[in-house]
Ligand binder design. Sequence first.
Ligand code: AMP
Length: 500
Amino acid sequence: MTQLVSQHPGGHPTIDGLTLTRYDDDRLREECGVFGIFDHPDAAAITALGLHALQHRGQEASGIVSYDGRNFHSERRMGLVGDNFSKADVLARLRGRMAIGHNRYSTTGDPLIRNVQPLFCDIDTGGFAVAHNGNLTNALTLRRELISSGAICQSTSDTEVILHLLSRSKKRRVVERFVDAIRQVEGSYALVCLTDDMMIGARDPVGIRPLVLGRLDNSYVLASETCALDMVGAEFIREIENGEVVVITDSGLESHRPFPRRPARPCIFEYIYFSRPDSIVGGQTVYQIRKQMGFELAREAPADVDVIVPIPDSGVPAAIGFSQQSGIPFELGIIRNHYVGRTFIEPEQRIRQLGVKLKHSANASVIRGNRVLLVDDSVVRGTTSKKIVQLIRDAGAVEVHLRISSPPITHPDFYGIDTPRKKDLLAANMTLEEMREFMGADSLAFLSVDGIYRSIGLEARDNRAPQFTDHCFTGDYPTELTDQNGDGVPRQLSLLAEVG
Ligand code: AMP
């Protein structure tokens, strides 16, 4: 789910006297998490627990919609799940045996409650709520068409486009309307929807964003990741397949295949950064794969050092793998303060830099006098690495080397990771040597693209039929990018101009 128009705190760009808000702000955003349960007496409370397990996918806001057989109930709040949905009064208002929920990524500017999901609408087939993880790459184009034909948009989220398309569909049954709607959108989506008698789950034709199916007693559960099933004690059944629509009703589960079959291309970043290490993705535990990335990295780019130190928390599994493969001791040379938000929640570069300092401290006892190898999972702008290399030098390291357990990110993302514009991606603008110098490291190396594939158990990337969505490293986008030009700037920006 992406915000098509957002308030910009540092002053808005203007065109022809109109103040513009920007589609693709140049700051990183988290992904989103979705969850749903059908036919359970504690539907809302279980949804809140599921969202809590998925909190790493988005900390800005969350929401739950339930249905009690007569009415839909919706509670949408800014902030963390635990702060909003652990209270008995809120959960008591979310009556009913079916519920869906959503965690929203962090974003910038004035966060708007109207963009917090699940989004709900009343159409002539009844109420319909939707929770979306992903990003539609033709939402601006569709929105322009919808607005010019009279649609009144309530939010600035791309997800709302799906509701408009659903409402306008000429099909009779709600599932047919839903399929009609998703056939018109491009990009990535894992959707969990609720009507008065069904829960629907859907994944885009190549399955970029994850969605799993589970069972708790006699109830079906849908969730972004298996860690949410574990949290609520649900048994994992299977992943929803790419291009699959599952419809869960009192009669059970029906699976539909409304798209021509295509090979799946799930997002490789789920393995690298997004998914929780204990989640199982594509049949493999994310933690083991991250460790394997460290193994591969140690083979591809060994280093003559005294200690391996992870940049916590995201670098920990790969650093363990690197240490086990190289035989060099693993030490917790950086202590992370868990009581500050993720770096990317901070809106301004100035504050973000401060945020890195707030977040990480050097454990000088294992650093001083040593040649240190730092391991992190990825470099986006290079802010984290630069700060931490300095932190480790200041703590008395005699050498500081850096190893990254994924390839250089050279291309922007439009499918929900929302890595910034190409101009802000360090590896899109610098050579390896320039990056090393910028970070102030004694050596720098990234895992190769084939190294990532090997870590996932494949021999190498199949360049004719890539097995993953890996455009961040390769520029190979698996869908149309109708709204974007090469630098992530939407072409229809002026249509969404807002008078300042
Ligand atoms: P940067 O400081 O901009 O180079 O960002 C790199 C750090 O951000 C690494 O420690 C990653 O674990 C983390 N990271 C990578 N991708 C994302 C993302 N899309 N959202 C938030 N954090 C990320």
